[in-house]
Design a protein around this ligand. Structure first.
Ligand SMILES: [Zn+2]
Ligand SMILES: [Zn+2]
Length: 256
């Protein structure tokens, strides 16, 4: 059967019309295309109303909606993934801003989560880091070069911390036992008295002043000594260097 659309006035086969019980022909007066266009326009014109209606429905049937969504997601995994990805790319700026704002507002929470994640996913985290470094080699190199002076200042200001890292690395490399400790704790424990010459250590003097503080390994790391509180003592830098010189019969590079 050929029908004429009441809107676009075109003649179309009956398959192009929706069925209706209440009309004489058994079909809707408008063709499918016109119906769709009308619905679309109608929805756009009353978007707030539709949204409110949808929201109300969602609220009243939350369980049902969520279950339906879940089933849909499970059946259309690939599609959903692609959709999410497309949405992310399209709204990247927005997304980044949003996540930045969230991080700024929930700093403590976010860093706790990420710290925890790093701890529980150590291998994955390390692998990710390694891949990132590999992929962004030039970027990291450039960044390092750009922040060279900043880094120098930071290292100088946190010299104790970096010497600690260095000691840790050295003792782990040698297979010695490593037990973390804080330098100042060792100096406090030994009463800021040099354990080699018995004189007071001035805590304000800084490396490379010969009378500045220094951590000495009672049994040297090179002889299998632990890097632990029980094997370290407070000394003057000059006394520490002097001890190493007499032990080895030569002046070794001191410091780290
Ligand atoms: Zn039509
Ligand atoms: Zn001394």
């Amino acid at each position: 059967m050929i029908l004429t659309c009441s809107r676009c006035k075109k003649e179309k086969p009956e398959t192009e019309f929706y069925k209706a019980n209440s009309t004489k022909t058994g079909f809707v007066g408008k063709c499918k295309m016109c119906c769709r266009a009308w619905h679309k326009a109608h929805r756009q014109n009353n978007i707030d109303k539709f949204k409110a209606k949808n929201n109300a429905y969602y609220k009243a049937n939350k369980e049902k909606c969520l279950a339906r969504n879940k089933i849909y997601r499970e059946h259309n995994k690939e599609k959903k993934k692609a959709m999410d990805r497309a949405y992310y790319i399209k709204n990247k700026e927005k997304h980044l801003l949003k996540s930045k704002a969230y991080h700024a507002a929930n700093k403590e929470k976010c860093s706790a989560i990420s710290r925890n994640y790093q701890k529980t996913h150590k291998d994955k985290h390390n692998e990710c880091n390694r891949l990132y470094h590999k992929r962004n080699k030039d970027k990291i190199k450039a960044l390092r070069l750009a922040n060279k002076d900043k880094r120098k200042i930071y290292v100088r200001e946190n010299a104790d911390k970096f010497r600690g890292y260095c000691r840790k690395r050295q003792s782990l490399k040698r297979g010695n036992i490593y037990e973390p400790y804080i330098n100042n704790y060792i100096f406090e424990r030994d009463g800021w008295i040099c354990q080699l010459c018995g004189q007071k250590i001035n805590r304000r003097l800084k490396y490379p002043n010969p009378r500045s503080k220094s951590i000495d390994h009672i049994v040297p790391l090179s002889k299998g000594g632990d890097d632990s509180p029980t094997n370290v003592q407070a000394t003057h830098l000059r006394c520490n260097v002097g001890k190493n010189a007499t032990n080895k019969g030569q002046l070794r590079l001191f410091g780290w």
